[in-house]
Design a protein around this ligand. Structure first.
Ligand code: GLN
Length: 472
């Protein structure tokens, strides 16, 4: 039995051909077998087994929820009451969630089993999972290579079959980029589609929770369960949640745009380019409209994204001061040095870099020159993206410029930021985007294809992406 997708096992679980207990045991054995990949920061072994038994009973009584048999991993930024959460950072050492986030609660309410907490870049800042205080996660396709980031642990867990699916967060690509590097499906929903209550904040006007899965059905199902209004997050959308699971059929002809600047981009790996072109050719042959669109603003996406997210991060991360929770430095003479030493010792290098740059761009003398200007450019970029999406159903582009790079290959932060060139546009505009597997390079490293569509059109996105996947 293929235990890599819920859609495949769901019927068997319901009919008692396999128990939740057996499924959990299977995943636990893979987790152990592949511990060298450094995916889990904690495995809830006893708890997952006990819950599996409980759900097996519910199944027998015909009372089980929609996700009975689904075993999930959680990126270490999602709060789950009574469990440690520390955003891959030393500064949250020993911190336990005081409550369960809304998205996670909805999954539990439908009887999902949570098997553990997964490694990520510190405070979700990074593109390789090398910025974790717990050491890097490795790509299962080749352990010398990174899995992408920041949700690297979650992507690998699905790639390596350690759980049915995993829940990550995407601020500028953290679900899509690792999904591409690991050959799985990664969805960034529309901003505000899923409540952020219980998601540790990085950049609040970009952050969104999204699933990693081995197929489209599971992605649609997880979004359907997690999305929707929530009293605990005033920014969440109240738009009704469509039945995404009923949206997987696709027919008719669509209009697809590709951005010239992405395919002409200097750092674009030739195999990533040719795989993307193959897909575009396929669509054209099938009678869809495929057109090149100019997007000269592409060169502004990274500066705009990094400037704004650093500003928001500097504000969000000011709460970690060693006073109320987490790590505290005790070798200090007074209160001020306690703050300083706690933050100096507790945060890693990349997080400190971003806090400092973010504080700088928000400082009184530079606010207008940087922050206000970047907000204006964000508006321009969002408007230009939405304009394309008014004329076309989808924008198709590579998820990343290259396949997974080697551990340690990008020691220069600016080089690392370039890995996000194609993912930040959808984050800036708040529109939904998905990464789906698009073959591998000659070395067997996965390549991802990204599909972007307009706000709240996830149903359309699922149908079209499913069609693309089926035709690969
Ligand atoms: N790599 C990007 C960054 O470092 C995106 C991270 C994310 O989406 N959380 O900001």
């Amino acid at each position: 039995m293929d235990l890599r997708s819920f859609s495949a096992i769901h019927e068997h679980v319901k009919n008692g051909r396999i128990s939740c207990k057996e499924i959990v045991d299977h995943y636990l054995s893979i987790i152990e077998q592949k511990s060298h990949l450094n995916v889990f920061l904690e495995v809830y072994e006893g708890e997952a087994k006990a819950r599996a038994e409980e759900i097996d009973q519910k199944i027998q009584q015909g009372k089980a929820g929609r996700l009975a048999g689904m075993v999930l991993g959680l990126k270490d930024v999602l709060c789950y009451k009574g469990h440690h959460v520390q955003a891959g950072s030393k500064i949250l050492d020993n911190f336990q969630s005081q409550f369960t986030g809304t998205a996670v609660q909805r999954l539990l309410d439908e009887d999902a089993i949570i098997i553990g907490r997964q490694n990520c870049d510190e405070f979700a800042m990074g593109s390789s999972t090398e910025n974790s205080a717990f050491g890097p996660t490795r790509n299962d396709a080749n352990p010398e290579h990174v899995p992408g980031g920041s949700s690297g642990g979650s992507a690998v867990s699905v790639q390596a079959g350690m759980c049915t699916a995993a829940i990550g967060s995407d601020t500028g690509g953290s679900v899509r980029q690792p999904a591409a590097f690991c050959g799985v499906v990664g969805l960034k929903p529309t901003y505000s589609r899923v409540s952020r209550y219980g998601l540790i904040a990085y950049a609040s006007s970009f952050d969104i929770i999204g699933p990693f899965t081995n197929n489209m059905e599971d992605s649609a199902l997880l979004l359907e369960v997690m999305a929707g209004a929530d009293d605990f997050d005033s920014t969440v959308s109240h738009q009704e949640v469509p039945r995404y699971t009923q949206s997987l059929q696709f027919n008719g002809k669509v209009r697809v745009a590709y951005l010239k600047e992405t395919l002409e981009s200097e750092g674009l790996h030739p195999e990533v380019k040719s795989k993307t072109l193959e897909t575009l050719q396929f669509l054209q042959q099938e009678g869809h409209t495929v057109e090149a669109v100019d997007f000269p603003l592409l060169r502004y996406v990274l500066p705009t994204y990094y400037l704004l997210t650093m500003a928001e991060a500097s504000s969000n991360l000011s709460r970690y001061d060693g006073v109320k929770y987490g790590y505290r430095s005790f070798q200090t003479a007074n209160m001020e040095s306690m703050y300083k030493k706690t933050r100096t010792e507790g945060f890693g290098e990349e997080v400190k870099r971003r806090i400092m740059l973010g504080t700088f761009v928000l400082s009184a003398s530079y606010y207008d020159a940087y922050y206000t200007k970047a907000q204006k450019v964000r508006k321009l970029l969002a408007d230009a993206t939405r304009k394309i999406l008014k004329e076309y159903d989808f924008i198709v582009l590579p998820t990343t410029p290259t396949p997974a790079f080697k551990l340690g290959e990008h020691s220069n932060p600016l080089e690392m930021y370039l890995a996000d060139l194609f993912t930040v546009q959808a984050s800036i505009a708040g529109v939904p985007a998905i990464s789906i597997p698009n073959g591998t390079d000659v070395h067997g490293l996965p390549i991802g294809l990204q599909v972007i569509t307009d706000l709240f059109q996830e149903d359309k996105l699922f149908g079209f992406s499913q069609y693309l996947l089926e035709n690969k």
